[in-house]
Design a protein around this ligand. Structure first.
Ligand SMILES: [Zn+2]
Length: 286
């Protein structure tokens, strides 16, 4: 059971995200297009070795989502609409791109015999019969042909043909989308400082004794868990250190539940909590 308390305190802090800008949107979309293309290219290569159903598109989505989150933090892109639009584009490029790279491969493979056939027919018109191999002329033509051939699903030797092949590709795409969004959406919920345009990052944190966590909760005047088995404390700040500190206390309860308590700390309160933590680590440094 997860409970969140103290979230009303959070709304007073800098959680509005970055402002929207068309320039940033265009730059971000271009970057996400690139990330999607890299993912598609890597996925086509990996498929030769390892492509279990369901798991492969989920892994693809996780990889893509991790790259989008990394880019978002490195470039300090803070507008959530911009981030989500970029992620959508990256997923579409990663999914369609996989088919596109396969189409290019097939085109390349089939162009050579087609050319050889054409040359032979030119040279020996009386001895060469039949139709030359015809490489697919477009991505849609390639996919329609693949659908007719059918897609082996690996399970029970089932082959998805025609509409079922398209359904299976769509499901793959949705799995990539789900996994990608599952990585990106929680990352955008972190606080973002719109003054110095940076994401909050952990500046101090780790596991603390329950007694220390109780002391922190008392100093910060936030809820304590009665049945806490262990506790973690994290403090987050923006890059410029301009905003208040975000305090997160996580109580692990003996029943297996987790209670998250969050609060914005003004500098004075932050110093008090630093003192509590400093005193707590002193004995171990002897
Ligand atoms: Zn800041």
């Amino acid at each position: 059971m997860d409970r969140e308390t103290g979230s009303s305190d959070v709304s007073s802090g800098p959680i509005g995200g970055g402002a929207f800008s068309w320039t940033w949107l265009l730059v971000w979309l271009a970057a996400c297009f690139g990330l999607g293309a890299i993912t598609a290219w890597a996925a086509v290569g990996a498929q030769w070795y390892f492509a279990p159903l369901v798991i492969f598109p989920l892994l693809t989505g996780v990889l893509l989502g991790a790259m989008v989150v990394g880019a978002m933090r490195v470039a300090q892109v803070g507008n959530r609409t911009t981030i989500v639009l970029g992620t959508l584009l990256a997923v579409v490029v990663a999914v369609v791109g996989q088919h596109y790279f396969q189409y290019l491969e097939t085109y390349e493979e089939e162009s050579r015999p087609a050319e050889a056939f054409r040359l032979a027919a030119q040279k020996y018109p009386d001895e060469v019969f039949g139709q030359p191999p015809r490489p697919p002329g477009s991505l849609v033509e390639f996919m329609t042909r693949q659908a007719e051939l059918g897609r082996k699903m690996g399970l029970l030797g089932y082959t998805a043909k025609g509409a079922m092949a398209w359904v299976s590709w769509t499901v793959d795409g949705l799995l990539v989308l789900a996994a990608g969004m599952a990585m990106v959406i929680p990352a955008t919920r972190q606080p973002y400082c719109s003054r110095c345009r940076s994401w909050y990052r952990v500046t101090r944190g780790g596991r603390v004794d329950v007694a220390v966590a109780r002391r922190i909760a008392q100093v910060a005047e936030v809820a304590e868990s009665e049945e806490a088995r262990s506790a973690r404390c994290r403090m987050l700040n923006c890059h410029g250190g301009c905003g208040p500190t975000a305090l997160e206390l996580v109580w692990q309860e003996s029943g297996g539940g987790t209670v998250l308590v969050q609060k914005w700390l003004e500098p004075e309160l932050r110093r008090s909590i630093d003192e509590v933590l400093d005193r707590a680590v002193e004995p171990t440094e002897e």
